[in-house]
Structures are given as C-alpha cells and as structure tokens.
Design a protein around this ligand. Sequence first.
Ligand SMILES: Cc1cc2nc3c(=O)[nH]c(=O)nc-3n(C[C@H](O)[C@H](O)[C@H](O)COP(=O)(O)O)c2cc1C
Length: 226
Amino acid sequence: MKILVLNGSPKKKSDTFRMTEAFLKGLNKDNEHEVNVINVIDKDIAPCRGCFGCWKQGDGHCIFNDDQNGILDLYRTADLIIWSFPLYCYSMPSHLKAVLDRTIPLLKMDMVQQPDGTVRHIPLVDFSRIHTLVICGCGFPDWDGNFDSLRLMCKTCFRDPDMVCVPEAPLMNVPKAAIVADPLLERFEKAGEEYALSLTLSAETVRELETPMIPKEEYIRNVNGY
Ligand SMILES: Cc1cc2nc3c(=O)[nH]c(=O)nc-3n(C[C@H](O)[C@H](O)[C@H](O)COP(=O)(O)O)c2cc1C
C-alpha cells in the first residue's frame, strides 16, 4: 500500500504526530508499505489564487509550479492518505488548508448530482479507491463543540473518512504525563494494526483513542497552574 502522510503540525515536536507515528508503527509493522511523510510546513506551497488555470489546463496539476504539484502526484497514486494535524481555530492550520484547497486540479469543472441530491465536481482520479484517515489533536479537553466544524468539513471533503480527534493532546509532550500518554500511544499502535487488517477503525477503537487522558477538571487545573 502507498501511504501518504500529510503532517500539518508546524512544530518539530508535534503532539499529534507522536500519535500518528505510533499508528504508523502498528500499520507498517511488517514493513510492507511505502510510507511518504510530508512535513507541510517545510514546503513551498502558496495559497490557491482561484484562477482555475488548473481546470483550463486539465492535466491534474496547478499552473503555478511550487511544491504542491509534487504532492498532487503522490496524492493521486496513494492508497491511503493520513491527514495529521493540530486543531487550529476549530479547523486545520492554514498551511495545510492551502494543500487541501489546491487539490482542485484533481477535479474537473463539470458538475454532477449525487444520488443524495448534492452537487460535486467530476474527479479526474478515482477517489473511491483512496482511503482517508484524519488524526487531529487539540488543546482543549472536550470534543463537544470543539471538533464539530472540522468533522463536518472532513466528512464533506473526504467523503466520510475515518477520523480520530484527540483532546488534551499537549499531554503527549509533557514528561510527567507519560503515565497517561504512553498507554494512549500503545492504543494508537494497536489501532494501526487494526487498520492494516480492515482498512478502517471500529467505533470502539475510535472511542478508546478519543477518550480524554485525564479528567477535564484536572486538565484545566494543570494548564492554569502552568
Ligand atoms: C493558532 C492556534 C489555534 C488553536 N486552536 C485550537 C482550537 O480551536 N481548539 C483547541 O482545542 N485547541 C486549539 N489549539 C491548540 C492545539 O490544537 C494544541 O496545542 C495541539 O496539541 C498542538 O498540536 P501539535 O503539537 O501537533 O502541533 C490551537 C493552537 C494554536 C497555536
């Protein structure tokens, strides 16, 4: 399987990427997959100019030749794309959003109505064969309200991807919190193994991964005492 990992954390020591790494360890236990990790922050990817030059050109590339065209080549040939990023203002970080916006060269201008009545552009590539997994860490202790807009955006853009939204993610890089972070990393590794077998995650596994590591009140007390 060709796996493309889009790491959207701008930090060298990403809380979210620790979980993604553990997941990849389980997923690629037997070293049989080709894993390509792109640290998006290190790439030269400008925001979309909205010129639709890509649609006029029609070859699946952007007319502006920065690093996005290389990502598009990996994107269209991947079997699994993992979007790994921190929650920023209830959404994804802007440098990663630029990558998402600039996947429109993989679509045509022509529109088609779906069986449910919604309208989409006709894709240039067969997206139905590409699996998508979103791993997002956030700083608040809740999912409620916090991840809602991101979930809706990902559901629409990636057509019901597997999603793991992890609250209290900064605990991943607090040495004193290893007692709760390490067991979660082990669960991520197990989840990777599960994903390798079934190419999806059970609701039970997602629930285990998303459960806050420590009670909300304790987390808030610790943050406020920092
Ligand atoms: C600009 C910015 C916006 C953020 N917005 C949110 C947010 O909307 N909700 C939340 O729970 N945490 C928010 N956070 C906290 C990060 O999601 C959190 O620190 C996360 O663990 C960082 O992950 P990383 O180390 O993988 O980059 C924000 C952080 C930054 C810097």
